[in-house]
Each structure stands twice: as C-alpha cells, then as structure tokens.
Design a protein around this ligand. Structure first.
Ligand SMILES: [Mg+2]
Length: 126
C-alpha cells in the first residue's frame, strides 16, 4: 500500500487532505508530513519509500514549484509522482507546474469527488 508525503505549511490542511482521502475510500498505508519544500526535499533524498507526493504551492523557505525544480534536477532513480494541491489555479501556473514535472493538479478548495478523480490513479480505491 502506498506511502504518501504531504507537503503543506498548514497543519490543518494536511489533516483535511488525510481525512478526505480516507472518506473517499482511497487506501494509504502511511503518511509523512513536511511543512515546506526544503523539509520535503530533505525527506525524499533520504527516504525512497514514498510513493506519492502531495504538494502545496505557497510555503515558506521553499515553495512547491521550487521543490519540483530541485527534486527533478536531482534525477533520483525513483521518480515519485507529484500532485499539486493549491489555491494557485490560473492556467499559467498549472502549465508552469506541469512543465517542471508535476503529474497532477488539484485546486483548493476541492470536493471529495475531485480528490478521488485526481488521486485515484495513484491510490487504490475500494
Ligand atoms: Mg500554503
């Protein structure tokens, strides 16, 4: 079962995402949490057991987009899929994220159905 790394500077949002994943019937074995991109980068370089990264855009120290740029440039053997979950919903921002290697994109606030549609490819649905 998948291990998910939740990256968001809001601890409340990290809890909301976890609760919505559970209520959507998706299965996660373990969560790791990071409060900014720098913490997340440190974690994924040391721990290759993460199967999916859920990533906020606006965070202190290192933003989500800067995390993607840094992470992809490391060129680690395991390419962990990255789904951005963010209030940044403009077409240009979404395109920028995808250009740098985001695999999926979900705008906050999201519904349980939207979450399931976006993450269902990565997390088993009961
Ligand atoms: Mg934020």
């Amino acid at each position: 079962m998948p291990k998910v790394l939740l990256v968001d500077d809001s601890a409340v949002m990290r809890k909301i995402i976890q609760r919505n994943i559970k209520e959507s019937g998706m299965v996660v074995s373990e969560y790791a949490e990071a409060g900014d991109g720098a913490q997340a980068l440190d974690m994924v370089t040391k721990d290759d057991s993460v199967d999916l990264i859920l990533l906020d855009w606006n965070m202190p120290n290192m933003s989500g987009i800067d995390f993607i740029k840094s992470y992809r440039s490391l060129n680690l053997p395991k390419k962990i899929p990255i789904v951005m979950i963010t209030t940044e919903g403009s077409t240009s921002k979404i395109q920028e994220a995808k250009d740098y290697g985001a695999d999926g994109y979900l705008k906050k606030p999201f519904t349980a159905d939207q979450l399931r549609d976006t993450l269902g490819d990565y997390l088993l649905v009961n």
